[in-house]
Write a protein that binds this ligand. Structure first.
Ligand SMILES: Nc1ncnc2c1ncn2[C@@H]1O[C@H](COP(=O)(O)OP(=O)(O)OP(=O)(O)O)[C@@H](O)[C@H]1O
Length: 203
C-alpha cells in the first residue's frame, strides 16, 4: 500500500461558523498536493487538521500505510515567529529534531544549505528577520526529515530569489520521498509545483 496522508469528508467550524465541509484530500509519499482558495477559505485550518493540531467537525484523517509517530508530519508556517520558541537560539531550533532523536547534526552545514549565515545561529528569533527565521525553520525541517511536509505560505516572508531557493529545497524533500501539501497565495507557484490541486471555495 502506498504511504499517504489523507482526509476524507473533512469539515471545519469555528464556533457557529462553518469554514468548509466535504473536503477530500490525499497526498501520497513523493508527491505534492496544492491547496488554493481565497483568504479565509480555511487553508491553514485544513493543514492544522491534517497535522492533528485541530479536530475536524466531521470526517477523518487517515495515516495510510504507516503507523503515525511524532515527527512524521512537519509544518512550515507563514508566521515563523509564532511557532518558534523566543528563548531558543536558531542553533537549538534547527538542531532540536536531532537532539530529540539522540542523533548528531551538523547545524552549520544545514544553515549553509538553506542560505542562512551561520553567524546568525547563536541569535534568538527576536534578533533576526522574518526571512532569516523562516530559513531556520526550513533547516529544522531538513533535520526532522518528516514523512509529510505541510507548508503554509512558506514563501510569504521572502524575496523572489529566496522564494525560488525555498521552493527548490522543499522540492528536494519531495524528491527524497516526502509528501507535501503546499498552500500559497501565489497560484502560479502552486500550480507549477503540484501533482494535484484541492480548491477550497470559501463563502
Ligand atoms: N481561532 C479562530 N477562531 C475563530 N475563527 C477563526 C479562528 N481561526 C480562523 N478562523 C476563521 O476561520 C476561517 C478560515 O481561516 P484560515 O486561517 O484557515 O483561512 P486561510 O484560507 O488560511 O486564510 P489566509 O489565506 O488569509 O491565510 C476564517 O474566516 C477565519 O477568520
Amino acid at each position: 500500500m502506498r504511504v499517504a496522508l489523507a482526509g476524507r469528508g473533512l469539515a471545519a467550524r469555528h464556533g457557529d461558523t462553518e469554514v468548509f465541509s466535504g473536503v477530500d484530500i490525499r497526498v501520497d509519499a513523493g508527491t505534492v498536493v496544492g491547496v488554493v482558495g481565497r483568504s479565509g477559505s480555511g487553508k491553514t485550518t485544513l493543514l492544522r487538521i491534517l497535522a492533528g493540531l485541530a479536530a475536524p467537525a466531521a470526517g477523518r484523517v487517515e495515516h495510510v500505510g504507516f503507523g503515525y509517530r511524532p515527527g512524521d508530519i512537519g509544518l512550515l508556517s507563514q508566521h515563523p515567529r509564532l511557532v518558534s520558541n523566543p528563548r531558543w537560539t536558531l542553533r537549538r531550533i534547527v538542531g532540536e529534531p536531532a537532539a530529540i532523536a539522540g542523533a548528531g547534526c551538523d547545524v552549520e552545514a544545514i544553515a549553509d544549505r538553506v542560505g542562512l549565515d551561520p553567524a546568525l545561529l547563536d541569535r534568538r528569533p527576536s534578533q533576526v528577520s522574518d526571512g532569516q527565521l523562516q530559513r531556520a525553520c526550513l533547516g529544522r525541517l531538513l533535520v526532522q526529515k518528516p514523512r509529510f511536509v505541510l507548508a503554509d505560505e512558506p514563501t510569504a516572508m521572502l524575496d523572489p530569489i529566496s522564494t525560488r531557493a525555498v521552493i527548490a529545497l522543499l522540492q528536494q524533500l519531495v524528491d527524497d520521498g516526502a509528501g507535501m501539501v503546499l498552500v500559497s497565495h501565489q497560484r502560479r507557484i502552486v500550480e507549477a509545483r503540484s501533482d494535484r490541486l484541492v480548491e477550497l471555495d470559501g463563502r
